[in-house]
Design a protein around this ligand. Sequence first.
Ligand code: TEU
Ligand code: CA
Length: 557
Amino acid sequence: MDDDQWWKEAVVYQVYPRSFNDTNGDGIGDIPGIIEKVDYLEDLGVDVVWLNPVYESPMADNGYDIADYQSIHPEFGTMEDWERLLEELHDRDMRLIMDLVVNHTSDEHEWFVKSRKGHEKYDDYYYWAEGEPDDDPPNNWESLFGGSAWSYDDERGEYYLHLFDKKQPDINWRNEDVRDEVFEMMNWWLEKGIDGFRMDVINLISKTESLPDGDPEGGLTGAEHFIDGPELPNYLDEMCERVLDDRDVMTVGEMIGVDANTARNYVSEDSGGLSMLIHFEHMEVDAGDGGKWDIKEFDLLELKRILTDWQESLADDGWNCLYFNNHDQPRAVSRFGDDEEYRVESAKMLATVLFTLQGTPFIYQGQEIGMTNTTFEDPSEIQDVEAENYVEMALESDEYDSYEELRPVIEYRSRDNSRTPMQWSDEENAGFTEGDPWIGVTENYEDVNVEAARDDEMSVWHYYRSLIDLRSERDVFVHGAYELLLPDHEEVFAYRRTLGDEELIVVCNFFDGEPSVELPELIRVDTPELLIGNYSVREAADSKINLRPYEARVYEL
Ligand code: TEU
Ligand code: CA
């Protein structure tokens, strides 16, 4: 393997700083809090930390609205704190990748402040369009956070484009000065010693030049004009040339609306220059035609089809990012598992899949102890701008009459579910803060917390530890070829991984039934060894396996 592809063997841990660990009692997680937990991360065995935005920001979207790319928000600490974090990680052979948010800035960024004044240099740093406040917006594009993607700015007397919140104006990549600034900023961070970037919604940065209306029938209106826009390949090429080429970095592109086939344009050896993509296909298996708030039961066959498609499409060229959780998704154990009776079993089963597919596994903070979704009794408890916007719109529409009716939808889907404080112990506020946490702690923290999990050999935490060890000991986990088994089974996800004479058979029950499956692959050799599983198994290995609720087994042949 090429040395410069260390990220293929790595395990990534995502830290959402606001909710990780608070050291000064203001209820907000901070960088000194992360430093305090670097040993914890080392004990868990992770190789790379991905840090969500910690830059100067008015926090309309928890830091994804950046006001200054080159300074640290005081709530999180200082640049010296950040430098110390980098050093502490590097001292332990861990790496750090930073969030790069360059589709948009905050409306409080100096560029926008000057642009709305019509300042010559910054005049077209953003997308401005003429119009009167009472007119229809310049086109029919919709924001990903709901409503029109255009807002009227009184100061400039024009509309500006924002694909997300109105406090997140899109920057104009057609302007060469904008690209200069972005590339310079990226080089600045790399020169400080970071090991790569996670690139926020990076396939939205190019828009169809004339900004035409989108097809109103096609899901998110306008998407065909801003997803994978015409100049995207050129912008990424330029980024490679001016920033990434000749650097040994990990680049994770977050891409909306990308499928496994198009993914190759970005992650293959010869094009694109990205290490891997965060895509959304498998995160949409429980959404209906109405989009993310239109909840439906997930279908395992669909999940298997999507994951298999990505495994096969990137098998020989390109690489997968493996994730079930991040700061934008509800907790996987509540969504694809059972967060009550079988919380531990199902959290381990999902971990088994995460670590035995081909790709780089991403653990989102709290996932390693099986943290669950939370409750929002009152709409005032909602913090996420996307969910807030949705509640407002849903209550204005005829679809819902009251918050009580809407509540199950919010409690299932809201991004806040993953943003509750990290549960460190059974102390007050789960040991996250000595003050009042910025967002409510999930009720089950007395049972579900790091301290308890580390004390219990049978916990989800120890299972993650074992998976991380196994993956680092056996090449077949990282490099083995993937082959789907039992393709039509509606409850069981089974597959084979092979590398030379190393072979694994993975069998995972995604539901609480007790299916029996026939796997002739298992008896081709005398003694398949159970490498890891979430139940104790006494039966002798046979081609027929009787699975218990959410049971997962990995056999080595
Ligand atoms: O998210 C991109 C994105 O579109 C979705 O994940 C989004 O959270 C929403 O669910 C769409 O319905 C990235 C960041 O990860 C997210 O936190 C930011 O809010 C967003 O971009 C804007 O920067
Ligand atoms: Ca703090």
